[in-house]
Design a protein around this ligand. Sequence first.
Ligand code: ZN
Length: 172
Amino acid sequence: MTVKTIITEPNKMLRQISKTVDRVGKQEQNIMNDMMDTMYEANGIGLAAIQIGVPKRIIVIDISKEEGKKNPMYFVNPVIKNKDSLKATYEEGCLSVPDQFAEIDRPRKCEVEYLDYNGDKQLLKADGLFATCIQHEMDHLEGILFIDYLSKLKRSMIIKKLSKLKSNTAIL
Ligand code: ZN
């Protein structure tokens, strides 16, 4: 298990559409382990494989708040089956869009079909923060970031800020 580098915006890779996983095997489980380690290390509650440079339809989530009570969840090829017409608003951030936050509206409930860590098919109902988190991570699989829901002006300001930050940073 390895903590990987998280790719940050602007980066073309984050705009890629991730590929369906044919089969959940050892290799995919290793990716999931690395993703979970990377997410915990960065204090995130969700991560998509593309954020560590792997264009596969895999996301990991742990929204448990209490220290020492982990609840890691793994989703392979997630598909939203149903979503609520009512919206919920959360202030979102993203490990690939460092230090930027914005209020985003999303369906407040959703039903997701996916393969779990062992490759078994699961159907899960999510609401609240969990529903928002799943939808945010699933957007990554389509190359969408939460800042894409903002006005063009707001989004370009954020991207400019991040580019500047990048050019001033030497990661050694
Ligand atoms: Zn994100």
